[in-house]
Design a protein around this ligand. Structure first.
Ligand code: ADP
Ligand code: MG
Length: 483
């Protein structure tokens, strides 16, 4: 992922600011009691308020307010004890009110920060604000040759718009920012972060400048719905801008669309200004006010967040920073690891999760939740390694079986007779057999060809079908060969 662009006239820096629209996890909408469940038949989750029937009045959903406060606390932001809902006026068929209720001058959450780790290292990204707003409905133009349809199920669903400062400098940093934000919100339970279902969408602002110069004119790429597309859009858009600037053209500040089929961005409209929207405080809603006490109570209930968990895994469990990062990104994985490693060797448990389990999940394309592996059966497998019942080699086979068909490690080991052979009598028999079959090599070894030791160990392991205890084999072999 290139952070800088080498042009004809010098080196260009990419500047990125993101506006993330995160759907608040809530059973009902921001100003009505209608359901927010995903995938329902069109127009089955629309109250009179969401359809903007004359005379209907919005009523604030307190749960959504709490969710926004939680999110703000999760990014160390200021929570504004007073905020105001405004009408953002524009006409669109899927917006029956003729305005969107949003927050403008006085958002619920002020400045905060987020720490990201990308190829460029660790970095703090500033967050400008989070405001609460309602989502619009959906226009459908491809159902009928000459008609368009409107689905108002999304109309009125609560969104948090999370606006970053223009602090990112590469597509990789932007991706890391979205992942981190999503991870924090999933820990908090404030947004499920599901980009395929539209719970997380991104407006990507991109400009370029020569290092050390003022910020350049930006373009805003609307509604990008996957992290990969965000990266592609940034790469394409920054190169486009550099090419224009290098040939003496200027950048028009505009709103652009990303086309996933070509990987390109194209112009949609010139940028609208705030005054175009005729923002004014919504007379149907009182300003939102709460006490510091209310905020403190919410703060006291926050779960442990990924940064804290990561530091704890490093300090208390002795994990590497890289392993800790991998384990904490998804809340479900972190919880799985904590349950698994409880009372067991922390590093061994981390290795099994990261290498074997993640490897198998990636290969089969399923998630932890759908897998047959759980903290109980993987835990008992690790116990069998720790107490010497099976070797690490055999453990991988047993794991493969658990992954495929489930079941307990103990019963697989018993059924298949995979117990490690630690009986010295049995091992001595195996060793004697190997040595007598390889008399010539024994002689060579005794004449000083030390390297052959590994060969003998290998032969014994093979003969035992991987079940010999390698440590004991080593010891016994040494004695035999010395004698
Ligand atoms: P608007 O409300 O018009 O969309 P904002 O000032 O709220 O404008 O900024 C929107 C987003 O654009 C923010 O995420 C901000 O970081 C980003 N941004 C502002 N200036 C630039 C710039 N020169 N280059 C890239 N991103 C920018
Ligand atoms: Mg904007």
């Amino acid at each position: 992922m290139k952070a800088l662009i080498e042009g004809q006239t010098g080196t260009w820096e990419i500047v990125i600011g993101l506006e993330v629209h995160a759907q608040v996890s809530s059973e009902s909408k921001l100003f009505s009691g209608a359901s927010t469940a995903f995938g329902a038949k069109p127009n089955t989750q629309v109250s009179l308020i969401d359809a903007a029937m004359p005379g209907m009045l919005p009523v604030i959903n307190q749960h959504c307010v709490r969710q926004a406060i939680k999110t703000g606390l999760g990014i160390n932001a200021t929570v504004n004890l007073k905020s105001v809902f405004d009408r953002k006026n524009y006409f669109y068929p899927d917006l029956p009110q003729g305005y969107q209720i949003s927050q403008y001058k006085h958002p619920i959450i002020g400045e905060g920060t987020l720490t990201i780790v990308s190829e460029e290292g660790e970095k703090e990204i500033g967050i400008e604000r989070i405001h609460l707003e309602q989502d619009a409905g959906k226009s459908m133009h491809d159902q009928h040759p000459s008609k368009s349809f409107i689905d108002l199920n999304r109309s009125g669903v609560a969104l948090m718009e999370i606006v970053s400062k223009p602090d990112m400098r590469s597509a990789g940093e932007a991706a890391a920012y979205i992942r981190k934000l999503r991870s924090i919100m999933r820990y908090l339970g404030t947004c499920d972060g599901n980009m395929q279902e539209g719970s997380l969408r991104c407006d990507v602002n991109v400009s370029v400048r020569k290092i050390g110069e003022e910020l350049g004119t930006r373009c805003e790429i609307k509604n990008v719905n996957s992290i990969r597309f965000v990266q592609q859009a940034i790469d394409y858009e920054s190169r486009r801008q550099v090419e224009l600037l290098e040939t003496g053209d200027s950048i028009d500040q505009e709103t652009r669309l990303f086309d996933a089929s070509t990987g390109q961005t194209r112009s949609m409209r010139s940028k609208e200004e705030a005054h175009d929207y005729r923002y004014f405080p919504d007379p149907d809603l009182l300003p939102l006010e709460f006490s510091q006490n209310y905020v403190d109570e919410i703060k006291a209930e926050l779960p442990e967040l990924p940064d804290h968990k990561r530091d704890r895994f490093i300090a208390e469990f002795g994990l590497s920073a890289e392993d800790a990062d991998t384990l904490v990104e998804e809340k479900a994985t972190a919880e799985f690891y904590e349950e698994l490693s409880n009372g067991r060797d922390k590093k061994l448990a981390a290795n099994w999760v990261i290498t074997e389990l993640f490897g198998a999940l990636n290969k089969s394309g399923i998630g932890l939740r759908e897998s047959k592996v759980d903290a109980h059966n993987l835990g008992s497998l690790i116990d069998l390694i720790s107490d010497g019942t099976i070797s690490g080699r055999i453990a991988k086979d047993v794991f493969g079986e658990i992954f495929e068909s489930g079941g307990s490690a103990n019963s697989i080991v018993e059924r298949k007779g995979l117990r490690q052979i630690s009986d010295s009598g049995q091992l001595t028999d195996l060793i004697d057999a190997v040595l007598s079959e390889n008399q010539d090599k024994v002689t060579e070894f005794r004449e000083g060809k030390d390297k052959l030791f590994g060969f003998f160990v290998g032969q014994v392991m093979k003969r035992s079908q991987g079940q010999a205890n390698p440590k004991l084999v080593n010891e016994l072999l040494k004695e035999k060969l010395a004698g």
